[in-house]
Design a binder for this molecule. Sequence first.
Ligand code: C2E
Ligand code: CA
Ligand code: CA
Length: 431
Amino acid sequence: MFSCEVATLLMEHSVSIKMRTTILDTEGYRIQLPAGAVIFQEGEAGDRAYIVDSGEIGVSTRVNDRELQFAIAQHGDILGEMALIDHGVRTATATVLNDAELIVIPKDYIHRLVTTADPTVNLLMQIVMQRYREMKSHFDTISAGGSLDSIEVKPKLENSQLKAQTEMAMRRVTEEQRLRKALHNDELRLFYQPIIDLNNGAILGCEALIRWQDPERGLVPPIQFIALAEETGLIEPIGHWIFSEASQAVNKFNALAGKDDAFFISVNLSSRQIETDRQVEVLTDYLLDNDIELTNFKLEITETLLMSDPLRISQVLTEFKRFGCKIALDDFGTGYSSFSYLHRFPIDSIKIDRSFVSTMAENPTSKAIVRTLCTLAESLEMSTIAEGVEEEKDQTMLQAFNCNFGQGFYYSTPIPEDEFMALIQKQLSAA
Ligand code: C2E
Ligand code: CA
Ligand code: CA
């Protein structure tokens, strides 16, 4: 029993030491150490991990007052990572056997990675660490002559931080499963909010806005699930569904009007949907395979997305434009707001953020911003869409600034497809 436990313990440690890694020297720094130098000692608080670039490091632990070497770390091996993950002490001693060069990974670098990791991954790492430390402590008790009966059995998850992390991970896993099911069970809905020509009040198009018709919670707004969809990658299949649904909807609206291009539809494109070239390829393949034409589409993107990788995003947008769609810059004024870059992208419209539009009647700064943005867009030959038009006086001001289009509760909240069709029908009957 005893030797079996020792073997398992040593094997586990050895496996973690032997794990090859490709972390580069970007955030750490290098140290050179001569043979005989002690890198860290068992029982010390750890504040860094190391990757061996050259040389050899002996890894040992004390067993019955004897130092037992159980691994030799070489080029590409990682050392001392455990103490960084859970702030515990070193469980082994590392000594240079042959002159070595090491890359140091500082604690704050690891801490940043761990805290920004998916909560479930984070939790799993903490639990693996906790289990390992428990096993190590049992092993120490036994090797010091104690018996298995003397080991105190502690309640699981007594650590309150770990408890909080467990709850967060459980919530997250449950929500992700629900959202996955929602997509599969057809619980997602697109609502449509009219976009109005400020010259004559006619509906010219709409913005497609997602909702989740949850059988238990009712209509869930996007703010409660889009971020999760982005973090879990579910935004990709959801994004495909949105394109398919929006395409069918705009075709219906245009069929009702009896004209192929009577209305346009605006679709929000999240940065996570086009983060990699592979995603763009998957999305464009999906559009081609499903005969989804984008000629009546406007893709809404944010300034943050543009600035994340300007050159690449410009190419991606140009590729989408080959499908015949237009590009609108959403929430304009809330991000970088550096006008100098605008002309470098194939942008057709800017959407002035509702935080300016809905306050411009009372706030002279908001009013000046809206007026300036309208003038700027006009000089760049882009059209302007004002979001958050809530009252008649907002509309009057926007008309005075030569703003092209308006969207907001003054005209309509986002509504289901049949209600939007009824609005179109009303407009057609009045014409
Ligand atoms: P957004 O793209 O800025 O969408 C406009 C939001 O403003 C919508 O909220 C809309 O209901 C709301 N709104 C429109 N007019 C007014 C108004 O006059 N006053 C006020 N107070 N609000 C108004 P919603 O539908 O809750 O969407 C919130 C955000 O969720 C969207 O902001 C967008 O970032 C995201 N979102 C919505 N649908 C999608 C989608 O299909 N895909 C992606 N990636 N994101 C989406
Ligand atoms: Ca939008
Ligand atoms: Ca917006």
